[in-house]
Design a protein around this ligand. Sequence first.
Ligand SMILES: *[C@@H]1O[C@H](CO)[C@@H](O)[C@H](O)[C@H]1NC(C)=O
Ligand SMILES: *[C@@H]1O[C@H](CO)[C@@H](O)[C@H](O)[C@H]1NC(C)=O
Ligand SMILES: *[C@@H]1O[C@H](CO)[C@@H](O)[C@H](O)[C@H]1NC(C)=O
Length: 373
Amino acid sequence: MDSPHKTNLLFLFLLFSTNLLTLFVSSVFYSSSCTPTISTTADTATFQVLPPEFLAFTQAQRLPFGFNRNFDSDTIYPPVGNGCTLFPEELRKFMSYKVNGSCPDDELIAQKLLLKGCEPLPRRRCRTAAPPNYSEPVPLSASLWSTPPDSSVLWTAYTCKSYECLINRIKTQKGFDDCKDCFDLQGRERNRWTSPRSNGLDFSIDDVLGTRKPGTIRIGLDIGGGVATFAVRMRERNITIVTTSMNLNGPFNSFIASRGVVPLYLSISQRLPFFDNTLDIVHSMHVLSNWIPTTLLHFLLFDVHRVLRPGGLFWLDHFFCVGEELEQVYKPMIQSIGFRKVKWVIGKKLDRGPELKEMYLSALLEKPLNNSR
Ligand SMILES: *[C@@H]1O[C@H](CO)[C@@H](O)[C@H](O)[C@H]1NC(C)=O
Ligand SMILES: *[C@@H]1O[C@H](CO)[C@@H](O)[C@H](O)[C@H]1NC(C)=O
Ligand SMILES: *[C@@H]1O[C@H](CO)[C@@H](O)[C@H](O)[C@H]1NC(C)=O
């Protein structure tokens, strides 16, 4: 594979060149299977050319009515993740399909590409693969706590091929899977956030809502919310929560949608798609933790602060880290964002043994009413 820098240079070059040149380059070079050589004034090197559909999507798109004052431009450059061009092989696979035809059934490669940083993924001009025998969802409110029919899911990307398999995998499958016991709505999901537990780390939804005037928490976001039981519980209280989730070896987004709440297919890397000062509450359990690169986490926490309205709540639920990390890295980082502490509970995580010195932090943080700069 060529160096990312070269590929990026080519990409930039193509973006800034005319549509005609882009079409010329893509049609001339994509048809050959060998790696072509392209000379630019900036660099003379061997490139792997980007897929023509990718170039078609990302090239300058002229506005039909010319200059637009809102855009301050006469051109749109449709967005894709900065990382897309770093992975030309995967990108080529993802963007190879028959235009106006059916997309390949390629959820797994799409998600890998996205997780590595090609987010947002480019749009495609093909019809997405769908379950062969889709059935209508269970009607509300029964849907909130029902296991949907298997026929509502395209199972190709997952080890399990049925909901029964997902529900039983806590007993039948070895090894780690994200949210392994989440699909069993009669299991642990049933009692999450319903009553506080003695360790102090588990706040209940009603305790948290009780810190505010009734009715003032109305809309919000759950980051990495598994099967969206948090959103379901909030819906039962007439609060609208959208839930971000990936499909890590399970059809999380399909399942969330089948329950009748809104899934958002968004990784932790992506800027939150909400305007500043708009949400009443942001919740996240287990997901925001020490596995996230520190700088990324720092940006993410400021993004949460950005989308919360003044007086809005950030419920950091079971933030996980090890030993001194909490005091040395995460506590100063979280405190530097500018939240007011409503609750702050530190506890030991003992499920894998005390010798590992694993720690949890559960915090309820408020964005101050008065902007501190
Ligand atoms: C796809 O459909 C559009 C709109 O009808 C058409 O202009 C284009 O030529 C089609 N492309 C292919 C490759 O079939
Ligand atoms: C399609 O799905 C429905 C509902 O889940 C099921 O009853 C039916 O047997 C399925 N048909 C086929 C051909 O798989
Ligand atoms: C939710 O809204 C409905 C319709 O307005 C109302 O009947 C119900 O009592 C509300 N539930 C709660 C828990 O506030």
